[in-house]
Write a protein that binds this ligand. Structure first.
Ligand code: ADP
Length: 344
């Protein structure tokens, strides 16, 4: 397994700049996610590491080797595609063996390696089946086994779970993480799904417009977003404008929110829905509003509330003790902003 270092990477399709100065380091054995909206450049960056697509400017080091000028098959990376790309006319066993045969591995070594890879993904029993006789999750495991069998230094996964239904996705992402931990294989996982990135990755890079917005652990990015994009992309964020004055954040409407050690020049505060409670209280520190829209989310009820500082989203637990509010009702918000990030 190897670490990856990317230095000042730029990539264009013709005159369209798609990656603009990517710098990052991925540690050996790390599960790393590229997270961002559609079109942010995640897939292009992953493909550049694998050796597909236009030649980028800059450096991509796998271990201590700059691979920018190497073809994909000389980079020691294994890639799993969204579509799985299995050979439909070959059995599971033959699909997994294919990459090893291409590498001209002696036949007597191929058999045991194929079996070991199928064992790892729990598919040994189905080795003689054809891909069309497998479920989506099983096909995904074959694609994974085929990639692992070549013993790559780095595993690259491009939205590998997006063709699976919701409950299978959750199960497969746990299996994927368990497998990665077992093999200690440096892994990059591309996804537009924040929950998928949050639950699997050691660290992630959030991309937008071909630029890395922030790198860190999921929790660090959620608690300390570097900018409004990251705050809004990871979970729900109410971003309220105002300014810092006398140890508090004062919103545009003049509402005072006490915050510990506010940074100079902060002009926005990030309020998560769970930091705001609906209250019967009135008076100091309480922000009045009116419910514009109510959504039932199952474990929670979400309200969109019109206030003097714009629309604020509040989630309340859906339980035996909680009062439900109808759209149109007047409410009051108590905001706990002790750990609310401030943006400059
Ligand atoms: P993501 O994986 O984040 O959805 P992509 O890396 O696929 O984003 O695409 C990033 C940008 O590059 C998009 O604007 C897309 O239109 C453009 N792009 C991707 N592939 C090509 C291509 N082969 N030719 C031209 N533009 C492309």
């Amino acid at each position: 397994t190897a670490g990856i270092r990317i230095e000042n990477l730029h990539l264009s399709f013709g005159t369209t700049k798609v990656l603009a100065g990517i710098d990052m380091e991925i540690k050996p054995g790390e599960f790393f996610a590229f997270l961002g909206p559609s079109g942010s450049g995640k897939s292009t960056l992953l493909r550049a590491i694998a050796g597909f697509g236009p030649r980028p400017k800059g450096r991509i080091l796998i271990g201590d080797r700059d691979v920018v000028d190497l073809p994909p098959w000389k980079r020691n990376v294994g890639m799993v595609f969204q579509s799985y790309a299995l050979w439909p006319h070959m059995s599971v066993r033959a699909n997994v063996a294919f990459g090893l045969e291409e590498r001209r591995m002696p036949r007597r070594e191929i058999g045991p390696k194929v079996e070991a890879a199928l064992e790892l993904v729990g598919l040994l029993d189905l080795a003689e089946r054809m891909p069309s006789q497998l479920s989506g999750g099983q096909q995904q495991r074959v694609a994974l086994a085929r990639t692992i069998a070549i013993e790559p230094q780095v595993l690259l996964l491009d939205e590998p779970l997006s063709n699976l239904d919701a409950s299978l996705r959750v199960q497969m992402r746990r299996e994927l993480l368990a497998l990665q931990r077992k093999l200690q294989l440096t892994t990059i996982f591309v996804t537009h799904d924040q929950e998928e990135a949050n639950t699997t990755s050691d660290r992630m890079a959030v991309l937008d417009g071909g630029v890395i917005q922030q790198i860190g652990t999921p929790q660090h990015l959620y608690d300390h977003p570097a900018n409004g994009f990251v705050a809004g992309f990871l979970g729900t964020a109410n971003i309220i404008e105002g300014r810092v004055q006398d140890g508090a954040f004062v919103t545009k409407s003049g509402h005072r929110l006490p915050v510990p050690a506010p940074p100079q020049g902060a002009d926005r505060i990030v309020l998560r829905p769970q930091n705001i409670a609906l209250t019967e209280e009135r008076g100091e520190g309480i922000l009045p509003g009116r419910i514009r829209h109510r959504e039932f989310l199952g474990s929670q009820i979400r309200y969109l509330i019109e206030t003097a500082d714009g629309t604020i989203i509040v989630d309340t637990q859906h339980g035996p003790d909680t009062h439900d509010h109808a759209a149109g009702s007047e409410v009051a918000l108590r905001i706990d902003c002790r750990n609310a990030p401030l943006l400059t």
